[in-house]
Design a protein around this ligand. Structure first.
Ligand code: PLP
Length: 410
């Protein structure tokens, strides 16, 4: 379904939160890179599970448990298909952060014994801090693929950095701070040629770019349901089957074992080997429903609409006192700075008009340091945003600029 301004506004009716008013004004939600709003059908699917099918999985032979097990298994298959993978290559985690931590606690067992972890200068803290700790534990160092002035990666530098010293290459698909889309296929191919383990942080990628992990050819791909219209508290880690089989478990306990004696244990098949304890069953079902929602529209169509909104907003934001930090290829995310007004003040003041935007370092402090700024204002689009949302933001910004110019008088 091609999205137009009219049907974007109509789609809002599927999202109960848009019935809310903020300060008596309609809610304008432009913080979709942080988390998306949830359609009614996702909320219904979660409620339906608790009302009609609630039981623990894999443990009962009674009907409810069989239904819950079947639905949870189906959720693996739906997420797998969405990412171009098989059901048994999908591990449910809490979120992208936990998926990356899972790897940072286990991947040493299967990586080549070399000294470098290669990341990019654009990483979110979730794809940086776990590797810093990993590097300390394993006496390794991190090297960074630099970002160029146009906010894209320097692929020539990447070519030189990724080589015989590279044990792990872990790169973000889309920068949450600037919206830049990285050519992960190209980077993964460099990593593969060097014999490294290749990981993609897809927290933003899966939401804005149709993903096929087999085409990217990465070993692992991490994402979160809550950025894809699904519930919080559930994410996925895709892993190439033969690597998941070699990778040691991350957490130990019930469900992840095959046999247990008083002294030792053996591990269940993948993905159960990595899903210790009772998982977020209802949320996994909500995740699958969110993907069904995306598929009724088509991620390509969502991405096309986000690109249209981005172009519209970029034109409108070319204003005196506003500096855009934006490359040529972006996934519905725009960062900008308002001269002499702190990003937190901007975010807090536009919220008086019901407009939700993000102000700050966006969990990318080193990147902000490189740019020489404490933070940016960030807007990020989704399927239910319209041109009028952007117009309202622009008029709120004009009001704030005027207020600051007048020394605080409105
Ligand atoms: N990586 C990127 C690029 C992100 O944008 C985010 C969240 O904003 C994360 C990782 C972490 O995602 P989560 O908080 O769902 O674990």
């Amino acid at each position: 379904m091609k999205i137009t301004n009219d049907n974007a506004k109509e789609l809002r009716n599927d999202f109960p939160i848009f019935k809310r008013k903020i300060n008596g004004k309609p809610l304008i939600y432009l913080d979709n890179a942080a988390t998306t709003q949830k359609p009614q059908r996702v909320l219904d699917a979660i409620q339906r599970f608790y009302e009609q099918h609630n039981a623990n999985i894999h443990r009962g032979v009674y009907q409810l448990s069989e239904e819950a097990t079947e639905q949870y298994g189906r959720a693996h298959a739906v997420v797998g298909k969405f990412l171009g993978a098989n059901a048994n290559e999908i591990i449910f985690t809490r979120n992208t952060t936990e998926s990356l931590n899972l790897l940072a606690y286990t991947v040493h067992a299967i990586m080549p014994k070399r000294k470098h972890i290669v990341l990019t200068e654009l990483e979110h803290h979730s794809n940086l801090v776990p590797w810093q700790q990993f590097a300390k534990r394993h006496n390794m160092s991190i090297v960074f693929i630099p970002m160029k002035k146009d906010f894209t990666l320097d692929y020539d530098a990447a070519e030189k950095l990724i080589g015989g010293d590279t044990a792990i290459l872990s790169v973000g698909h889309v920068s949450n701070a600037l919206g830049s889309i990285n050519d992960v296929k190209k980077l993964v191919s460099m990593g593969k040629n060097a014999g490294a383990i290749t990981i993609v942080d897809g927290a933003q990628g899966a939401a804005h770019v149709p993903v096929n992990v087999k085409d990217i050819n990465c070993d692992f791909y991490a994402c979160s349901a809550h950025k894809l219209f699904g519930p919080t508290g559930i994410g996925a880690l895709y892993g190439r089957k033969e690597l998941l089989e070699k990778l040691p478990p991350f957490l130990f306990g019930g469900d992840m074992i095959k046999t247990v004696s008083y002294q030792d244990a053996t591990w269940n098949d993948v993905p159960m080997k990595f899903e210790a304890g009772t998982g977020a069953i209802a949320d996994a079902i909500g995740f699958a429903e969110a993907i069904a929602f995306i598929q009724t529209i088509g991620l390509e169509n969502i991405a096309a609409w986000e690109r249209e909104l981005t172009q519209y907003a970029l034109k409108k934001l070319r204003l005196p006192g506003i500096t855009l930090l934006h490359g040529h290829d972006s996934a519905g995310i725009i960062s900008f700075i308002c001269e002499e007004i702190h990003a937190h003040d901007v975010a807090s003041l536009v919220s008086d008009d019901g407009v939700c935007i993000r102000g700050g370092h966006h969990c990318a402090m080193p990147l902000m340091g490189k740019l020489g700024i404490p933070g940016t204002c960030r807007i990020s689009f989704s399927v239910y945003n319209s041109f009028e949302d952007i117009d309202q933001l622009i008029s709120s910004l004009a009001k704030i600029q005027h207020m600051f110019k007048e020394g605080g008088k409105t």
